[in-house]
Design a protein around this ligand. Structure first.
Ligand SMILES: Cc1cc2nc3c(=O)[nH]c(=O)nc-3n(C[C@H](O)[C@H](O)[C@H](O)COP(=O)(O)OP(=O)(O)OC[C@H]3O[C@@H](n4cnc5c(N)ncnc54)[C@H](O)[C@@H]3O)c2cc1C
Length: 322
């Protein structure tokens, strides 16, 4: 059976959710489809819980400065309050009921499931098909990119999801990837007592940024006891007696209790789109230079006030993360 709606939003992360709510507020009939949790990465495995982690780690770092500045202080890190705050204050233990109810309260129709484009203006979710009278919004976001390192599929590893969900700080942690996400977790866990090693194939940390940023942060990390290896990649990964062993390009072996894969998360969804979208177009009135999540906001405010000439797919997927 085919169900119709004015607008179908595929992916209800930060971008899709905001847009879907604006569309519903504007009085249009909108179907929001989400495979995982409404809100996406940011509230559940990204911005918000990681900033709780960072805030706690900063408090520890600040307390450790007391002996140099203001007397004596004993610092005894405990992860339990961080894990509890993430569950109770940030994620409702990874439950999106409040967000779903907010969207439905605005008149939106919510469908849980993985959608796929099935023709112009048509989306399939399981055995249900939806057809859009005005347009389909692709807001499928990004996911952790898993590099083709031999052996990686034979070991247990963390992505940002497991790192946020952990109730314990590992005794040691190897981080593959010296971008913003990898560095954020590296510093948090190191400040909580983990012995952290970062492996980054580029010559410096934070490869997309100016080299000075990477040099600055490498200096800070060195002083904090984080082992930074740049200009070298992981040749292979294998299970070790208590954890994981990473063999580097130069043959050196690193052992750690946990392995975090934090390779650039902006893995493009382009292959998905090019194979699935028959008509992929920009809205007539999207301002130039407006991209990613920002473009969603533009669409949310204005695009639906005009009837497009034909049923179109608009991309709301951002390229970067931070
Ligand atoms: C560790 C980490 C820390 C971060 N910290 C910050 C920060 O401090 N500040 C900041 O501004 N940003 C931060 N970000 C970035 C932020 O999380 C993203 O920019 C934001 O989540 C992008 O929103 P989005 O809606 O484009 O995509 P997403 O949040 O990825 O949402 C896309 C949604 O689409 C769903 N989906 C995908 N395919 C389908 C399908 N076929 N059918 C149905 N649903 C589908 C997914 O399940 C997902 O829920 C961080 C990211 C990470 C990983």
């Amino acid at each position: 059976m085919t169900d119709t709606a004015d607008v179908i939003v595929l992916g209800m992360g930060v971008g899709g959710e905001l847009l879907a709510e604006h569309v519903a507020d504007a009085g249009l009939d909108v179907v929001g489809i989400e495979a995982n949790l409404v809100g996406g990465e940011c509230p559940y495995w990204g911005c918000i819980p990681t900033k709780m982690m960072t805030r706690a780690a900063n408090a520890l770092a600040e307390a450790r400065r007391v002996p140099h500045l203001a007397g004596t202080a004993t610092v005894d890190p405990d992860w339990a309050p961080v894990a509890t705050r993430i569950r109770l204050e940030a994620t409702d233990t990874w439950d999106d009921r409040v967000a779903v109810e907010r969207f439905e309260g605005k008149g939106g129709r919510f469908v849980r499931g993985r959608g796929r484009l099935d023709g112009p203006g048509r989306v399939q979710v399981g055995d249900r098909t939806f057809e859009a009278r005005r347009g389909v919004v692709l807001a499928t976001g990004t996911r952790p990119a898993i590099p083709p390192v031999p052996g990686l599929d034979t070991v247990e590893y963390w992505t940002n999801h497991e790192a946020v969900e952990t109730k314990e700080v590992p005794a040691s942690l190897a981080v593959l990837g010296g971008g913003a996400v990898g560095l954020e977790f590296a510093q948090v866990f190191a400040r909580f007592g983990s012995k952290v090693t970062i492996v980054e194939r580029s010559e410096g940390l934070l490869p997309p940024e100016e080299p000075e940023s990477g040099e600055l942060i490498a200096g800070v990390f060195g002083r904090e006891g984080i082992d930074v290896r740049t200009g070298v990649g992981a040749r292979s990964v294998a299970r070790a007696q208590e954890g994981v062993e990473v063999t580097l390009d130069r043959g050196e072996r690193l052992r750690s209790e946990r392995l975090l894969v934090a390779i650039d998360q902006s893995a493009p969804r382009a292959p998905y789109r090019s194979s699935m979208v028959r008509k992929f177009d920009q809205p007539d009135n999207a301002p130039s230079g407006c991209s990613g999540t920002a473009r969603v906001r533009c669409l949310g405010r204005r695009a639906w006030q005009r009837r497009p000439r034909s049923s179109r797919c608009f991309s709301a997927a951002g390229r970067g993360h931070q």
